[in-house]
Ligand binder design. Sequence first.
Ligand code: CU
Length: 66
Amino acid sequence: MSVFAVPNMTCGHCRTAITEALEAVDDTVEIEVDMASREIDVFSEAGDEAILKALADAGYPATLKS
Ligand SMILES: [Cu+2]
């Protein structure tokens, strides 16, 4: 599991857009969203770099926290 900070994530629309972007990379991805802290926990076989690229391409540049 990797934790990403996603500062642009602010609402349910963002959650949907992020979920769809990551499902396009890995259709078995599991995501837990913490909207208050603007962080997502991502459970995926895809590498962190692939996740970061998908988030950035969807308009949500992110940083890997752990
Ligand atoms: Cu939004």
